[in-house]
Design a protein around this ligand. Structure first.
Ligand code: SF4
Length: 337
């Protein structure tokens, strides 16, 4: 089993913050034009080499944005990752730039997985949420191109007050799309997302119980982001199966690198632990005080400090920080307590 304190399972890298969409909840507060301070394609190489050489189980590298297709040197970045043997995924925005030909091209480069956002099963929900008409239809065409090219398709769905009533229909939709995994993002009020878009503790608990119900019979992997208490729900139902399993979350199995090289525990937690321009990523992940603190259950406060699942779950530190300003406060979206 991977030691998540020493090895991330997934590293998400924001290659640019530029994007032509204007999503309601955008974590990145995406901008129209590329920032001149962005890392150059050449700067990706040494970081990727560090990751490949110094982690025993190199993580999945997810290249995201903004919109990665806003960079005309994206191929260089992807090839450096692929050529080092890293599992390489892309999380693009669905704009007219993303076509079935682009998917086929990524496949030819060696990209193995693409993730797409679908927040609602019908245009009235998804297009409204993404702020762009016709984006659901385009997304479904691209989803088909991904599976036709034998690549892994992950669908990401934002779970919040705008989308929660459509989850059952979303499940039906993702089932027809031949996804490899369905990742549900419980909205955290950071970036453009507002508190009134987020579920309260009771609604979060109901959603997680429903997820656990459907996950048992699902042919694809279902995961929850921003809701590590899903680990509590699963461990309560199946204690033997989930004994000792830690939720992958901020600084524990996961890290985020922004377009200027800053390293964060999560894209939803705006506290940087270092910069890959100055220090190896592996060192920041293992040794930075912020990452170490986030892995220390003894620093937790409130219900999270007294909970039997303080290690296995520990609450969303991003949500605690966004809502209370206290990194170690209890997770306000947890029904325990
Ligand atoms: S109280 Fe905190 S540690 Fe316990 S399940 Fe809830 S969020 Fe997780």
């Amino acid at each position: 089993m991977i030691d998540l304190t020493r090895e991330p399972h997934v590293v998400t890298w924001e290659v640019t913050r530029a994007c032509q969409l204007h999503c309601k909840h955008c974590r990145a507060r995406a901008i129209r034009h590329r920032n001149p301070e962005e890392l150059t394609a050449q700067e990706f190489g040494p970081v990727l080499l560090d990751i490949r050489n110094n982690f025993a189980y190199p993580p999945v590298m997810v290249f995201t944005g903004g919109d990665p297709l806003e960079r005309d040197d994206l191929d260089d970045i992807l090839l450096q990752s692929v050529n080092l043997g890293l599992s390489t995924a892309v999380a693009p925005s669905v704009t007219p730039k993303l076509t079935p030909d682009v998917i086929e091209h990524w496949k030819s480069l060696g990209v193995t997985s693409v993730s797409l956002s679908i927040d609602g099963p019908v245009p009235e929900v998804h297009d409204k949420f993404r702020g762009t008409k016709g984006v659901l239809e385009r997304t479904l065409n691209i989803a088909q191109a991904i599976t036709e090219n034998d690549m892994r398709l992950q669908v990401n769905t934002s779970v919040g007050t705008d989308t929660i009533s459509h989850l059952t229909a979303m499940l039906e939709l993702v089932t027809t799309l031949k996804v490899t995994s369905w990742e549900l993002f419980f909205i955290i009020p950071t970036g453009r997302a507002r508190v009134d878009q987020c579920l309260d503790a009771q609604a979060t608990e109901q959603a997680l119980e429903w997820l656990a119900d459907v996950a048992d019979a699902s042919p694809f992997r279902i995961t929850a982001v921003g809701a590590p208490q899903y680990n509590r729900v699963l461990a309560t139902r199946h204690p033997l199966l989930h004994a000792g399993r830690l939720a992958v979350k901020e600084a524990r199995g996961f890290a985020f690198i922004d377009h200027t090289g800053l390293v964060y525990p999560s894209g939803y937690l705006p506290l940087a632990a270092g910069n890959v321009r100055l220090e190896p990523f592996t060192s920041i992940y293992r040794n930075s005080q912020l990452f170490r603190d986030l892995r220390n259950p003894e620093l937790l406060e409130g219900h999270c400090s007294q909970c039997d699942f303080s290690l296995a779950c520990g609450g969303s530190r991003a949500r605690a920080f966004a809502v209370t300003g206290d990194l170690f406060a209890e997770d306000p979206a947890c029904a325990v307590g």
